[in-house]
Ligand binder design. Structure first.
Ligand code: C2E
Ligand code: CA
Ligand code: CA
Ligand code: CA
Length: 275
């Protein structure tokens, strides 16, 4: 038994070593990717529920890797967060988003995802200020999407930081709403402009009765607090209809448009301006 215990441990160690090695390789790869300009933003439209007009876009990070092809954020953001590379990556996203939004017509906004690791970094506010002013973009054209997890660890700092970001003119959205804890108290305390109903509720619409009730409650709550309520992951006409009738302000999801390369989005924006 002793012997097999030891060999199990050895196998475990080998597994761990491989994992650490893989992670280190990916870290170095991310750094190279930034140097070689392999990252890009895809844009997914957000539309007004009432008339389907595009009101803005969410920037979603993609990695066009020379060997691995197009890599999705789920496959590198967690590693980038553990290693700290998310700080450089997040700054790149912010700079790129400011550059794009500066050329957007005034009625469209661009939202970007901010990692909790990025949000917690002591230089975050200063970086945002510097990048904003260097780009000359109208701050109200940008929206930062954060998740509840950033509110949990340092309530007071988060409150002050969000206040600063808002005073710069940025809009703040609470992403993945409904998946964290004690969401209600956050809504009362923090100055969100937007709440985004998590896709898990939207996809359960019509299948689990509780999802319908939860969605109605979130919409009433958000609207009552003067926030815009956005549903993410809308894939079917039935979902869109239900959400619209329930009073949801905006919809986002494959039904309304998939994330697309910047060039394609800009072509669509320009076409909509002419017509
Ligand atoms: P998220 O912020 O919740 O983004 C929404 C995700 O749902 C995106 O996946 C989007 O492509 C996908 N999606 C949109 N509509 C639909 C739909 O109708 N059905 C389904 N099944 N999926 C839909 P993506 O692009 O793979 O991004 C995954 C996550 O990675 C994001 O979740 C966000 O947490 C993170 N992420 C993406 N870009 C960035 C970034 O620039 N910075 C940071 N920190 N995180 C990012
Ligand atoms: Ca998001
Ligand atoms: Ca989300
Ligand atoms: Ca999510």
């Amino acid at each position: 038994a002793k012997k097999s215990g030891r060999s199990t441990f050895r196998a475990y160690r080998r597994g761990m070593d491989e994992l650490i090695e893989k992670r280190r390789a990916l870290e170095a790869d991310i750094e190279r990717g930034l140097e070689r300009d392999e990252f890009e933003l895809y844009l997914q439209p957000r539309v007004a529920a009432r008339d389907g007009a595009i009101v803005g876009y969410e920037a979603l990070l993609r990695w066009s890797h020379p060997e691995r092809g197009m890599v999705q954020p789920g496959d590198f953001i967690p590693v980038a967060e553990v290693s700290g590379k998310i700080i450089d990556l997040g700054e790149w996203v912010l700079r790129e988003a400011c550059r794009l939004a500066a050329d957007f017509p005034d009625h469209l906004h661009l939202s970007i995802n901010v990692s909790p690791v990025q949000f917690r970094h002591p230089d975050f506010l200063k970086n945002v200020e510097d990048i904003l002013s260097a780009s000359g973009v109208l701050p109200r054209k940008l929206e930062l999407e954060i998740t509840e997890s950033v509110l949990i660890d340092d309530d007071q700092r988060a409150l002050v930081l969000l206040g600063h970001l808002k005073s710069l003119g940025l809009r703040i959205a609470l992403d993945d709403f409904g998946t964290g804890y004690s969401s209600l108290s956050y809504l009362r305390r923090y100055p969100f402009d937007v709440i985004k109903i998590d896709r898990s509720f939207v996809s359960a619409l019509g299948e689990e009765e509780t999802a319908n009730a939860i969605i109605r409650t979130i919409i009433d709550l958000g609207s009552g607090l003067g926030m815009r309520v956005v549903a993410e992951g809308v894939e079917t006409v039935e979902q869109a209809r239900y959400l619209t009738e329930a009073g949801c302000d905006e919809l986002q999801g494959y039904l309304l448009g998939r994330p697309q390369p910047v060039d394609a989005a800009i072509t669509a924006i320009n076409a909509s301006l002419v017509s």
